[in-house]
Design a protein around this ligand. Sequence first.
Ligand code: CA
Ligand code: CA
Ligand code: CA
Length: 302
Amino acid sequence: MLGAALANTKPKIERLKPVKFVIAALACVLVLSSIKNAPAMEVELTRSTAMIPDGDVAQGDKDIRSAWLSSPTERYAHGVLGDGIEAAALTAVLPDGTRLTLSLPEHAVFEDRYPRLADLDGDGRDELVVVKATQTQGASLLVAGLRDGKLTILAEGAPIGRPYRWLNPVGAGDFDGDGETELAYVETPHIGGILRILKWRGDKLIEVYSAPGFSNHAIGTRELELSTVMDADGDGITDLIVPNTLRNVLRVVTFKGGVFKELFPIDLGAPLVRLKTDYKSFGALVAILADGHAAGVRFKKR
Ligand SMILES: [Ca+2]
Ligand SMILES: [Ca+2]
Ligand SMILES: [Ca+2]
């Protein structure tokens, strides 16, 4: 049957009319000339050295071009981020291609998946914000940056004080409205999380405000971005959007004037498993939920 059908089918040849032929010929000439005049392309491939599994690369446009967590190690067996492998070092690449590494001592690791780049003090140089943990004191927030051509620790917050206690950053912003950028994280997001706000003072990150009842991580998962910072109510002060301890409600809070205030809760109806935080691009926060649904969150003035 198939052979008979083929035998009865004459191949159809479409002949180009003169005008179409001229257009087709011109197109060929244009394509050929564009290939001839195309600049010679060079592809440069640089391989990263020993990034941790599930790591990610932070990219910047100031004094640090990219940075990631390196030197995988199993020397801190906690495993809250999905495996028992953490980073012994932080690697940064400068705009000229210079590669610098900051290694931690044997009792410490970076218990994180990637560093975050931000110019915290407004000096035009980026800092790297990352979670450190030690065998005796647990996690602390650490700020690193370039000084005298070296990647170095610039400031550290107080550690939680016990091993196998972790914290997850929320973000950086002027949360109280005093013109200075603060850092925010949730301490122990798996066991009654506390939202803590820190200011950079010398070589320390000093806690200035805190509030209980938050969680921005599910234990054993690799997803770190369950919270974000943005001006949700449009008053010019950066707010914090962080889930409650069950992660089924997004709490929108402010520390305007140094006073904690809950602006409004957003009941998601199911636990949050991922938050797409690029509000400018999407026109909404997009919450991916444990029940298989997604929810868009928009902030509108009444
Ligand atoms: Ca800076
Ligand atoms: Ca501030
Ligand atoms: Ca605000």
